[in-house]
Write a protein of this length. Structure first.
Lengths: 114, 114
């Protein structure tokens, strides 16, 4: 099983701060990288699916970059708001003989204080 | 609204008992997945199915069984052989097997031992 690592494990910031997290994954046999936001008592919600080296995607105040050659992705949140508080998961897609599977990191827990 | 429905939300298992977790989707997705979450760990894949009447073991399939008789449904049975079943279980589906489209998740079932 390939390892997907996320750092930091948790983060506490003040409202208005900008923040970023890291997702590291094995660069060999890379296929796609997924980011999800998981709020308490809700289901995980997709943020981005990234496939190309150098990819940069944006959704409101959240953006992500991808480096497939060195095996990392950054997620940035600009001007954090309390509603951004959630666990952020990344997952690397692996091709299997029968279908594909996502391997998830343990997540980064973000708490934004107002 | 299209989505994934998991039931029940909470489930309790007695020693030696098999229990079944329900997962239904109306997104017309071919692929469905079952994950287990334990504290401090990423989501781990139990079983997945890319098409009706076919399913494959994931990374931690021992003590679990599934069926895929209908496209909409992918129930998971936690058997008495699973010695440590206490966890949070998430069901997911995806339209294109994950390369370009994200997975869609249910709200989860929390299973505990009586």
């Amino acid at each position: 099983i390939l390892n997907v690592e996320q750092s930091p494990q948790s983060l506490h910031v003040q409202e208005g701060d900008s923040t970023n997290f890291t997702c590291s994954f094995p660069s060999s046999n890379f296929y796609a990288l997924h980011w999800y936001r998981w709020e308490t008592a809700k289901s995980p919600e997709a943020l981005f699916v990234m496939t190309l080296n150098g990819d940069e995607k944006k959704k409101g105040r959240i953006s992500a970059t991808l480096n497939t050659k060195e095996g990392y992705s950054y997620l940035y949140i600009k001007g954090s708001q309390p509603e951004d508080s959630a666990t952020y998961l990344c997952a690397s897609l692996t091709l299997m003989e029968y279908g594909n599977k996502l391997v998830f990191g343990a997540g980064t827990i973000l708490r934004v204080k107002s | 609204d299209g989505g994934i429905t998991q039931s029940p939300k909470y489930l309790f298992r007695k020693e030696g008992q098999n229990v079944t977790l329900s997962c239904e989707q109306n997104l017309n997705h071919d692929a469905m997945y079952w994950y287990r979450q334990d504290p401090g760990q990423g989501l781990r894949l139990i079983y997945y199915s890319q098409i009706v009447n076919d399913f494959q073991k994931g990374d931690i399939a021992e003590g679990y069984s599934v069926s895929r008789e209908k496209k909409e449904s992918f129930p998971l049975t936690v058997t008495s052989a699973q010695k440590n079943p206490t966890a949070f279980y998430l069901c997911a589906s995806s339209g294109d097997r994950g390369k370009y489209q994200p997975q869609h998740f249910g709200d989860g079932t929390r299973l505990s031992i009586l």
